[in-house]
Write a protein that binds this ligand. Structure first.
Ligand code: ATP
Ligand code: MG
Length: 374
């Protein structure tokens, strides 16, 4: 087992029923549109895996194939040792939670939560006890007699979660379950969900387009673009070591700064920028990347390059300074007491070891480092 998987096994509190979920070379087209391309994922028992990517990249389609709600064109899905690729959804032993809570409007909270057990023919007493247990997990035990219309969005989503919990599935599959909630409730429910998943130790695949959700919830994140897996790693790995331009630009808020230029000999050059490189050298269109929190605003001539202040915004905890350098727009996070006038000339400095170089045309990270002195 590699160290990553080990870290996850230790991080994940794998419950007794938790199973490994193995997705191999999954493909799916709708007509002539190939939406999931050769997707492989090996998800450890009890792991919280987040499938992250922009709208339309194929996240929901991938999750629906794992759930059995969508047929696969090619590829296989195993839950534990069982091949479930052709198994009907109800026999897969997975529970899906949708963005729209999908509650039965004419059933009470208790009836909604208990429904999966009722279908299985579990007797009343046992079902009542299980409903109470599951409701307690999501702090809904006092609202069991209400109807969905009498609940807030957050409470409805809790009911949907409890209905998934009560089945004691081998895996949870969640499709943007928090996206209908307002920002404050979303943050709160995120923490609850993380705690709940830890307590239950159920293997979880969680789909979102929100990189903050992915960073905060995941043991590991799988980043998709146009149906292709771009990188799979812990949140720290993908943030600190992005494999390509797409991942670098997708993780982080505000996003990583990019400056397009050229590698010429052993230097990176762009308008007003000339930074030496170590490592192998080749001529290429390259993009320099550095994160807003790694850089600072200094006096003109004191940084790697100069620019002009476009705006400075105090967000409360920090000041976000936006600068222009020719065609480039750069954002830098400065302390909250930092003040600067619009249009002033400034320097931009970042520790070179925290800068990245990417191949502008094809996207991968270049195996080259910026050198410390000019
Ligand atoms: N049943 C379908 N028939 C035809 N095309 C579909 C179908 N379902 C999805 N698609 C297309 O497949 C692509 C991927 O859709 P999918 O719903 O998986 O994306 P997503 O990553 O979940 O996006 P979002 O973040 O917006 O939910 C989209 O281009 C979508 O239009
Ligand atoms: Mg979707």
């Amino acid at each position: 087992m590699n160290t990553q998987a080990q870290a996850v096994e230790e991080a994940g509190n794998s419950g007794e029923g938790a199973k490994r979920l193995t997705v191999r070379n999954l493909n799916k087209s709708f007509g002539s549109v190939h939406v999931v391309k050769d997707l492989s994922l090996d998800i450890n028992p009890g792991e919280f895996l987040v499938l992250l990517g922009p709208s339309g990249c194929g996240k929901t389609t991938a999750l629906r194939m794992i759930a059995g709600l969508e047929e696969t064109d090619t590829g296989s899905i195993h839950l534990g040792d069982t091949d479930v690729t052709r198994t009907l959804p109800k026999y897969r032993d997975v529970a899906m939670v949708f963005q729209s809570y999908a509650l039965y409007p004419h059933k009470t909270v208790a009836q909604n939560i208990g429904f999966p057990l009722k279908v299985r023919g579990v007797d009343d007493a046992e079902r009542d006890a299980a409903v109470r247990d599951a409701a307690a997990q999501v702090h809904m035990e006092t609202l069991l007699d209400r109807f969905p219309r009498q609940l807030s969005g957050g409470q409805r989503q809790r009911v949907a979660l409890a209905r998934a919990i009560i089945r004691r599935p081998s895996a949870f599959l969640m499709d943007e379950p928090l996206s209908n909630l307002d920002a404050k409730l979303r943050g709160f429910m995120r923490a609850e969900l993380k705690h709940m998943q830890h307590d239950l130790g159920v293997t979880t695949v969680y789909v979102t387009h929100d990189q903050i959700e992915a960073m905060t919830l995941a043991h590991r994140v799988a980043i998709l673009d146009h149906g292709v897996l771009q990188q799979l790693g812990t949140p720290r790995e993908v943030y600190n070591n992005p494999a390509n331009l797409f991942v670098a630009g997708f993780m982080g808020s505000p996003p990583m700064n990019f400056v397009e230029g050229k590698i010429e000999g052993n230097r990176f050059r762009s308008e007003g920028i000339d930074i030496p490189l170590t490592g192998n050298t080749q001529t290429a269109d390259a993009t320099l990347g550095f994160r807003p929190e790694d850089a600072e605003v200094v006096a003109p001539g004191q940084g790697q390059f100069d620019g002009q202040v476009y705006t400075a915004e105090l967000t409360g905890e920090q000041t976000l300074v936006t600068l222009r350098n020719g065609e480039n727009t750069i954002t830098i996070k400065m302390p909250k007491d930092f003040e600067v006038d619009i249009d002033s000339p400034v320097g931009i400095r970042f520790p070179v070891e925290q800068g990245f170089l990417f191949d502008t045309r094809s996207g991968p990270r270049l195996d080259m480092a910026l050198a410390a002195s000019a």
